[in-house]
Write a protein that binds this ligand. Structure first.
Ligand code: SF4
Length: 715
């Protein structure tokens, strides 16, 4: 007899981190509703979250899920089904041999913000502790690394100071480089509710497009793409000029004031208006509202982060909060929104090439020693590994010989797809650990390892407001699929059996809970100390970090005492001179191509693509262009156009959208190689980022996915 039950868990899509209640009947998920007791959403769900059960129907499980390990010994062979023992032994033997012959840095791990914290922790331990390489990076590099670098250099720690409740207290909300109406819908509903309750609350949106979020704004600044730093420096200039700064607070709690003031002396409203393409009056209005509102809150995401100046954009915004003392109070502060469900967990476990677990610094001998002592190993590698884009370049050049790709789809999402695919072909061994079997990256796999998916695994995730929630299994994994941490554990143990010097390193765990306990023990005394957060406590209610041992609730807001995380306790005002995007607009490539999310789809659609209802909002990818630009080129809705630059060529159907700035093109990020109709000859649509610039921010190494110069021709 089948068993009906409801399981409390967390949505697996965006960084809002909504609580869900999963209905299941035996081994089938039958429904999802919002968890009325979860503090991130209080029962609300967006269209994606409320349709999660439609992504694990029996048909989807049978037709789209990867259900057993697959293996091929030669590239010319087809993948054939195998068992776990064979695939574990094969992967372990290939990795061990490669490390012996070419050193530990010949192995590259490319992991994901979709992983649970426990998965992340174990891959980090496997890479650094067992194999001895820092060649582990996350697709969060494409998502949040500029926010990390900005928080660290300005405030001293990768710690978002705000929380969702701040929306109920803010008098001004500045949304810059984000469209939460689409990308963080439940949070946006909360903002709408707060405005309905307090109509005097101002909303300002800075975005080159008139998005759904911008349409609701009291003031929309449709700046030219990539000019955010110029705008923010212009706002600072006005605040200095008008005396709208908190001089005593600045003197007590910040350093670098004189240099910052001098650096924006030339950023007059007129000059700023000319660079950004918006009116000086609107810039002045925003400066006045921001500085003079009792509480100003900023929300930002990929529009700031995915840029060759991403760190500067983050710090320029934090500068504005600091000089106006709009931080450390209810309703005030710089609040970065995470794109992925557990981008924060990856940062906490140090699962990026230049981080170390528990927010430790990789380049600190003392920090490394704490971890080696805890793990019982002689040393950890000190040299930072290659970051996402460079990792694939290292594979293309032969420096990395084995790529282990976990829960992400780089053959869709990374910039310069031709180079990425060349890297996948050049690697000696490509291991892909996936829940769905038809992603673009799976086509390059020599070993496919079936991973448990949402609704099938146990662990934790951390959302944008530092809140940690439990993820729970409602049903057993499909077929032979296993939790990601289990796969890392078993392959790690098989490698370890061949490495006498690493026998003390623990890699065998009976459950995700034991991994969690080790992770939280490693946070003791750190800024994110979660030694008090047992699974048992999290069962009662999701909690924000820090939450040290002895406490039963986490910390709602950071820096309320204005003690920042730099050694002197002061925040740093960082000079951020405006630098244009790397790609240049000229007669050959006169258009700026940008892209982003639609409301109902997620990333490369491996999950939302199996749900027919997700296509109701927009059934096909459409390249958007301003109607005047279309008229000037004799284009009409539905025409096929080709986009081209030095990185490739693509063909898309076009439609007019007056919400864009003239000179700009916009493409949804979701469709990839499966979208082949309309293409001809050698042209393959490998996804929206095919033409994207691989230029990296020099501090965060985040690629510039929002600004590529392209040429457009009617087909
Ligand atoms: Fe899921 Fe994000 Fe929607 Fe919440 S807002 S239901 S976390 S996709």
């Amino acid at each position: 007899m089948s068993e009906h039950k409801e399981t409390r868990s967390t949505c697996c899509y965006c960084g809002v981190g909504c609580g869900v209640l999963i209905s299941s009947d035996g081994e089938q998920i039958t429904g999802v509703r919002g968890d009325p007791e979860h503090p991130a959403n209080f029962g609300r769900l967006c269209s994606k979250g409320s349709q999660l059960h439609l992504t694990s129907t029996p048909l989807v499980q049978a037709q789209r899920r990867l259900q057993q390990p697959m293996l091929r010994h030669q590239r010319t062979d087809a993948l054939t089904a195998t068992d776990w023992d064979t695939s574990i032994a094969y992967v372990a033997q290939r990795i061990h041999r490669c490390v012996q012959e070419h050193g530990p840095d010949s192995i590259g791990f490319y992991v994901s913000g979709q992983l649970l914290t426990e998965d992340y922790f174990l891959f980090n331990k496997l890479a650094r502790g067992l194999i001895g390489t820092n060649q582990i990076d996350s697709n969060s590099r494409l998502c949040m690394s500029s926010a990390v670098a900005g928080y660290k250099q300005s405030l001293g720690s990768d710690a978002p100071p705000c929380n969702y409740e701040d929306l109920d207290h803010a008098d001004l909300v500045l949304i810059i480089g984000a469209n939460p109406a689409y990308a963080h819908p439940v949070l946006y509903r909360r903002l709408e509710a707060a405005r309905a309750k307090r109509p005097q609350m101002k909303l300002v949106v800075v975005d080159p497009r008139r998005t759904d979020s911008a349409q609701d704004a009291d003031l929309h600044l449709a700046i030219k793409p990539g000019t955010d730093v110029a705008l923010l420096n212009g706002l600072l200039h006005i605040c200095f000029w008008e005396g709208w700064i908190q001089a005593d607070w600045i003197a007590a709690h910040t350093s670098g004031f004189d240099a910052l003031r001098d650096s924006v002396r030339h950023c007059t409203p007129e000059q700023t208006a000319a660079i950004c393409g918006v009116s000086a009056d609107d810039i002045y209005q925003l400066a006045r509202w921001f500085a003079q509102s009792p509480a100003s809150l900023s929300l930002y995401c990929q529009g700031l982060n995915q840029s060759s100046a991403g760190t500067a954009k983050n710090s320029a915004l934090i500068n504005l909060h600091l000089v106006t003392a709009q931080i450390g109070r209810a309703g005030a502060g710089p609040f970065s929104l995470t794109g992925q469900p557990n981008a924060m967990g990856g940062r906490e476990t140090g699962s990026m090439a230049n981080l170390l677990c528990g927010h430790r610094n990789l380049n600190s001998a003392e920090d490394r020693a704490e971890v080696t002592e805890f793990w019982g190993i002689p040393e950890l590698p000190a040299q930072a590994g290659t970051t996402a884009v460079d990792m694939f370049e290292a594979a293309r050049s032969g420096k990395i010989r084995i790529l282990w790709i976990v829960c992400t789809n780089p053959a869709h999402s990374l910039p310069s797809q031709a180079q990425v695919r060349a890297a996948l072909e050049a690697a000696e061994l490509v291991i892909v650990q996936e829940a769905f079997r038809d992603t673009a990256t799976c086509a390059y796999a020599d070993v496919l390892l079936p991973a448990a998916s949402w609704g099938e695994k146990e662990g934790t995730v951390t959302n944008s407001e530092r809140r940690i929630s439990r993820v729970r299994a409602a049903i057993a994994p499909a077929g032979m699929a296993k939790p990601d941490w289990w796969i890392a554990s078993r392959i790690g143990q098989a490698i370890q059996a061949q490495m006498q010097e690493k026998q003390a390193l623990r890699l065998d765990y009976p459950s995700s809970q034991e991994i969690w306990n080790e992770h939280r023990a490693l946070t003791r005394g750190r800024d994110l100390d979660i030694t008090g957060l047992s699974y048992a406590l999290l069962e009662q209610e999701p909690q924000q970090w820090p939450c040290p041992e002895g406490q039963t609730t986490g910390k709602a807001r950071l820096y309320t005492d204005f003690q920042f995380a730099h050694a002197d306790g002061k925040a740093r005002l960082i000079c951020t001179p405006y630098q244009p995007a790397i790609d240049k607009i000229n007669a050959r490539t006169p258009f700026i191509l940008s892209g982003g999310r639609l409301r109902d789809h997620w990333h490369g659609m491996s999950r939302t693509g199996v749900n027919p209802a997700a296509f109701a909002h927009q059934p096909e990818p459409l390249l958007e262009m301003h109607p005047q630009d279309m008229a000037a080129r004799f284009l009409k809705d539905g025409d096929m156009v080709s986009l081209r630059n030095a990185r490739g060529q693509q063909i898309w159907r076009i439609r007019a959208n007056p919400a864009l700035r003239s000179g700009m093109l916009w493409l949804p990020m979701h469709w990839g190689e499966e979208y082949v109709w309309g293409c001809s000859g050698d042209i393959r649509n490998l996804g929206a980022n095919t033409l994207a610039s691989p230029a990296l921010d020099p501090q965060s190494f985040q690629p510039e996915l929002k600004f590529a110069s392209v040429q457009l021709q009617k087909q």
